[in-house]
Ligand binder design. Sequence first.
Ligand SMILES: [Zn+2]
Length: 479
Amino acid sequence: MRVLIFLVMTIGSMEAQDFSDYLWDHHSKYQESSLSHRRFKHKDLIPLIEKLPVNNFRVKQAGKSYLGKPIYAITVGNGPITVLLWSQMHGNEATATMALFDIFNYLQESELPEVQQLLSSLTLTFVPMLNPDGADLFQRRTVQGIDMNRDALKLNCPESTILKALRDSIQADWGFNLHDQNIYYNVGQTAKPATISFLAPAFNVAKDVNELRADAMKLIAVMDQALQKIVPGQVGKYDDTFEPRAFGDNMQKWGTRTILIESGGLADDPEKQIIRRLNFVSIIQALQAIASSSYANYDLQSYWDIPMNSNNLNDLLIRKVTVPGQGGKDYQVDIAIRRQEYDKKGSAPLSYKGTIEDLGDLSTQYGYQEIDGQGLEYAPGKVCQQHAGDFNALDSSKLMEVMKQGYTYVSVEQQHQQQPSLPFDLVRPDYHPLTAPKIEHPATFLLLDEGAVKYAIINGFIYDVEDSEPILGNGWSYK
Ligand SMILES: [Zn+2]
């Protein structure tokens, strides 16, 4: 008997792996090409929703945002098991919304037996972009300034009321709470980013595991298995401390088996297009496992074995830099730098502001990019007094020559309106750079090798001054 059960489970999981391979390999076929970055707006989704074929998608306006923008509930399938999926409760957490539109395209492949099984077993209701006012401002909170994920009980936001009413009317058996998390989360004690993190939220302070929460945990084990093959070691588990005001925790309490999916960071994926693909794979894989009940074959230990998220990653970590101290008191530090992203306008590339996050012995910290600073000496950059506009005409190799001479700042007069997009920080002519690194200060300085500039770090981006084809980041204006 034991052998038989083992055999059945092995076959089941092999099929699951083949299916996730198929989804990963064929994602481009289903990818909604009009969504190519994370700052799309509510108005960008309307035509995509309107073009969904009415023979299988039932689109209804579930209500309106505080500013009166329609919030849509899109239902597909006719099965007895009800599933509610909502994204962008936090307006600037857009990765899963892109994946949901890819899933809509996949669900139109009615000749695929997997799609047929999904739609006959499940009734799926999707709410892409639950917080359109926040999304249009690319901000986490609603336009009322409220964190919707602390509003599940008071329902002060119309968007919260909509979500609660949908859950109650559908009596959702399963819920997918789709978010983005800090890109600086790493998996356990490893240098790997938590590219996707999961949680089966607790429904009480004691963090009890009832049958519903256990089902959610087993489903997460299904998704973890699918992702481990694609991004090994890059799946984390979110903290399960009970938050009485959060939607996930309350959904679980109200009787919906709830799964939190958090899209984190991945090297060289600033627009999270690979992470979108991981969402596509893991969500469809999960729906398939619900439809076939195969999730029930997974054990809870697989969920508990997923390492916890830590918060020890940085964009850039430079180890063992020598800082010249006063009176010859030199000292050695590791320097951690994070670059906060800013949405300047619509679809233009994101801008970043680089800041020194931490300093000292950072042997427990990691970086997406790490540099060995042993033998290198910290030095402040110099302010170039030429007009910022003069630099616009320079190609990247000329810009590197300027850096090699030790310039990291360009002075700008007050009246200079037009800010050129340069890899240098813009400062007033009398700006005095710091003579030693300091936390929460701009990440702009030089690293010298035997007195000569080896690296220029400007606004958190590092440049090897001998690099003839550098990838240029943006500078920041401190004028
Ligand atoms: Zn969130």
